[in-house]
Design a protein around this ligand. Structure first.
Ligand code: GDP
Length: 295
C-alpha cells in the first residue's frame, strides 16, 4: 500500500545522500519533496505540516549539517518522526474488569466490522481466551446471520440475537449468556450505517453506557483514505473510542489513513486487516510500519 510513498521517499533520500555534506538549502529542498510525497499519499494536510515542521527543526539543528553522514541522519529523523506519528509502539486491546469482558466494535457498513469480529475471535482464542460473538445489528438480519455463520465456521459460540429485540437488551442478555457459556470476552458487533448519523451514535452511546465495554474499537476501511480519518474523528468525539482497526490494508490505498489517524484523533491503530481470511489480522506496530515505508 505504501509502494508509491516508499519510492518517492527513496528518491529524495538518494539525492540527499549524494551530496556528502548537506546545506540548509539541500535539506529544505528535500523536505519539500517529502511534503509532496505525503500529500500525494493522502496524508491529512495538517498532519503533513506538523510532521515537516518537526523534521525541519531537528534536521536544521546541529544533528545533520555537522554530521559526517548527513543523508543517513535525515533518514533516521524521518524514520523516528514517522514512528511517532503512528503512535510510537503497539497498543494492545484493553481487556480488564469482571468477566465476561465486553468489547464493542463500531463502524460504518462495509468497513469490515463483522469479518473483524470473527478475526478477533480467532486471535483471542489463540491467546487462550474464550470469545463470545454478539450480533447487535438488528437493522440488517443478514448481518446477524453472517456472524452466526462465522461462529459455526470458527466453532465460537454466538448469542442467538433476535432481529426484533432492542440492541441494548441484546447486549445485556448476552453478558449473562456469555458467562453461562463459560466465555471471558464478548465481541459485540454493533449496527453500521452508510453514513455517520445521530441515531446510530445515540444507540451506540446507549449500549456503551449500559454495557461499559473495556475497549471500543472503530473498524475503518483504509481504502476510503481521508474519509476513514474523518469517520474516526466523529466516532471518537461521540464515543471516546479506545482505538482503531484499519481494514483492507492489503488493498491499493495510498496509506494516508494509517499515517493520519493517530495524529488527528489521538487514538491508536491497534490492529490492521490484511485480507479477507479470518487469520488476516495483525497487531499494528508503528516502528515496523515506518521501517517498511522507508524500505
Ligand atoms: P461490515 O458491513 O462492516 O460488517 O463489513 P463485512 O465484515 O461484511 O466486510 C465487508 C467486505 O470487506 C467483505 O467482503 C469482507 O470480506 C471484506 N473485508 C473485511 N476486512 C478486509 C480486509 O482486511 N481485507 C480485505 N481485502 N477485505 C476485507
Amino acid at each position: 500500500m505504501f509502494d508509491n510513498l516508499s519510492n518517492r521517499l527513496d528518491s529524495v533520500f538518494k539525492k540527499l545522500k549524494g551530496h556528502g555534506k548537506l546545506t540548509e538549502k539541500n535539506i529544505e529542498d528535500g523536505l519539500k519533496e517529502v511534503r509532496m510525497a505525503l500529500l500525494e499519499a493522502d496524508v491529512h494536510y495538517k498532519v503533513v505540516k506538523k510532521f515537516i515542521g518537526d523534521i525541519k527543526e531537528r534536521s536544521l539543528g546541529q544533528e545533520v549539517t555537522k554530521s559526517l553522514t548527513p543523508g543517513q541522519q535525515v533518514i533516521k529523523i524521518v524514520n523516528d518522526e514517522l514512528t511517532k506519528l503512528m503512535g510510537d509502539s503497539h497498543e494492545e486491546l484493553k481487556l480488564s474488569g469482571t468477566l465476561p469482558i465486553p468489547v464493542m466494535l463500531v463502524g460504518l457498513q462495509g468497513s469490515g466490522k463483522t469479518t473483524t469480529a470473527g478475526k478477533l475471535a480467532v486471535l483471542l482464542r489463540k491467546r487462550g481466551r474464550k470469545p463470545y460473538l454478539v450480533p447487535a445489528d438488528v437493522y440488517r438480519p443478514a448481518a446477524i446471520d453472517q456472524l452466526k455463520k462465522l461462529g459455526v465456521q470458527l466453532d465460537v459460540p454466538v448469542f442467538p440475537s433476535d432481529a426484533k429485540a432492542d440492541p441494548v437488551q441484546i447486549c445485556q442478555k448476552a453478558l449473562v449468556a456469555g458467562q453461562k457459556e463459560g466465555c471471558d470476552t464478548l465481541l459485540i458487533d454493533t449496527a453500521g450505517r452508510l453514513h455517520v448519523d445521530e441515531e446510530l451514535m445515540s444507540e451506540l452511546c446507549r449500549i456503551r453506557d449500559k454495557v461499559k465495554p473495556s475497549d471500543i474499537l472503530l473498524v475503518a476501511d483504509a481504502m476510503t483514505g481521508q474519509d476513514a480519518v474523518n469517520i474516526a474523528k466523529s466516532f471518537n468525539d461521540t464515543l471516546d473510542i479506545g482505538g482503531v482497526i484499519l481494514t483492507k490494508m492489503d488493498g491499493d490505498a495510498r496509506g494516508g489513513a494509517a499515517l493520519s489517524i493517530k495524529s488527528v484523533t489521538g487514538k491508536p491503530i491497534k490492529f490492521i486487516g490484511v485480507g479477507e481470511k479470518l487469520n488476516e489480522l495483525e497487531p499494528f506496530h508503528p516502528d515496523r510500519m515506518a521501517s517498511s515505508i522507508l524500505g
